[in-house]
Design a protein around this ligand. Structure first.
Ligand SMILES: Cc1cc2nc3c(=O)[nH]c(=O)nc-3n(C[C@H](O)[C@H](O)[C@H](O)COP(=O)(O)O)c2cc1C
Length: 431
């Protein structure tokens, strides 16, 4: 399977050699495999002692490479969940984080998040289509398809970590999708793109952690005040999403360029606001890349991090290999803010779709799925020149010419595909 992905994308593929040197030698024989990921200290130790074909014998390996002497990360406590690592994989729609990615992330002891949008595209046989697209919100954000994805992610998690669902407030049928997530067994709901002021009312007494996404202390204050007054409940954690994140932004283009709106600058006031209400964790998102970033934000008062873009570069990420190729081959200059029918700027790789909009060959806007309320049935789509539901689905399914490929501002740093297990080991420095 790994060699297959390599052949399709033309990207360098480094086989995951685990701890077993015999297996490592076997992997090197697979057509297309260019080398081994000797990230696991266990394998590094072993490789230091043995000669692998095509590799010079590794001499002394610095202890820092072996992850020795690194302080363990703190655990993450959210409501009744007590998780080994303070890492949440950010929900990525359409279909970039479904059962494959969310299940694999949870299995490592982190939080795996299923994206609730466009689930009808995953199981087209379960829904009604028109011209190949799910007809209306019930088919696009289909409850039964979502339940199947959530249950499968939970099964793949093998009882480790936690599995949650990301639901945009702006989608048509928001309440129905929240209820379907709870019924399917989601342990957390993360909700943004608007203020989820009525979210606790939709989950009732169910034991599910609620994490609103905010981009300011003011938004957090408003949510806490409303939830406490109307539902006698506070957030179980809050996700603070800064302007380096992928997909839709909670900021204007001017704010994104202003250092006063950097994630570091926003964190202090949000922690202060949180302190007025309780001690639930503040989870930072947007541009968190490695263990050094995690340590820096934890030192600034965050209780955890939400990371999305790095998980696009994993074998388990649910998007088509072409999606991964577009992101992995993107250069810094290709990642830009684009206008979106949702009304906020989005961050994406500028590729075939944008070129087709310039030369007048962009796909027609048909509004078959009626996906998000701010678009008002295609009004917003016609203003910006594309339908968000159709273009994100084309990206997920690997259509390079017509897809909209969301990424965080760090997308250009991704250069190879690794397994979720490898990535989490690197992020946590826990091998
Ligand atoms: C491809 C992609 C799709 C995304 N889709 C969603 C989404 O549907 N809902 C949401 O709340 N956030 C979405 N995000 C934002 C992420 O959940 C996350 O908060 C953010 O990207 C974190 O920054 P990072 O990508 O630099 O790690 C998306 C991000 C990416 C890269």
């Amino acid at each position: 399977m790994p060699a297959e992905i390599h052949r399709r994308t033309g990207l360098p593929l480094l086989a995951e050699a685990e701890k077993d040197l015999a297996r490592a030698k076997e992997l090197l024989q697979i057509e297309g495999v260019k080398g081994l990921q000797l990230r696991s200290p266990l394998l590094l130790h072993a490789a230091a002692a043995v000669e692998l074909p095509g590799f010079s014998k590794l001499a002394s390996i610095p202890s820092v490479v072996l992850g020795e002497g690194v302080k363990p990360l703190p655990r993450l406590k959210i409501r009744n969940l007590d998780l080994p690592y303070p890492i949440i994989q950010g929900g990525m729609g359409v279909g970039v984080s479904w059962e494959g990615l969310a299940g694999a992330v949870a299995r490592t002891g982190c939080v795996g998040i299923v994206s609730a949008i466009g689930t009808g595209n995953h199981f087209p046989d379960m829904v009604e289509l028109r011209q190949g697209r799910p007809l209306g919100p019930e088919n696009l954000n289909n409850s039964e398809a979502l339940a199947r994805i959530v249950k499968e992610a939970i099964r793949r998690s093998e009882g480790k970590g936690a599995v949650g669902v990301n639901i945009l407030c702006a989608i048509q049928g928001y309440e129905r999708v929240v209820r379907a997530s709870v019924d399917a067994g989601a342990q957390l709901i993360i909700s943004g793109a608007g203020l989820p002021l009525n979210l606790p009312g939709y989950v009732g007494d169910a034991d599910v952690a609620l994490l609103p996404i905010v981009s300011s202390a003011r938004a957090l204050g408003l949510i806490c005040k409303t939830w406490q007054r109307k539902f006698n409940r506070l957030p179980d954690a809050v996700v603070l999403e800064g302007p380096e994140s992928g997909g839709h932004q909670g900021f204007s283009a001017e704010q994104i360029a202003d250092p006063a709106f950097s994630l570091e600058a926003l964190l202090g006031p949000v922690v202060e606001e949180r302190n007025k209400w309780g001690d639930f964790p503040v989870i930072v998102a947007g541009g968190v890349w490695d263990r050094a970033d995690i340590d820096r934000f934890l030192a600034l008062g965050a209780g955890g991090v939400q990371i999305a873009t790095r998980f696009i570069g994993t074998l388990e990420c649910d998007a088509d290999a072409n999606f991964k190729e577009v992101i992995l081959k993107a250069e810094k200059k290709d990642i830009q803010l684009v206008k979106s029918p949702v009304g906020m700027p989005g961050r994406a790789v500028v590729a075939g779709l944008q070129a087709s909009m310039l030369d007048g060959t962009a796909p027609k806007i048909r509004c078959i799925s009626d996906c998000v309320s701010p678009c008002e049935h295609g009004v917003g789509a016609r203003e910006v020149g594309y339908c968000i539901a159709d273009r994100l689905e084309d990206a997920r399914s690997g259509k390079k010419a017509t897809g909209l490929f969301f990424t965080g501002s760090n997308g250009w740093k991704l250069k190879e595909l690794v397994s979720v297990r490898e990535l989490v080991a690197e992020l946590t420095q826990d091998f």
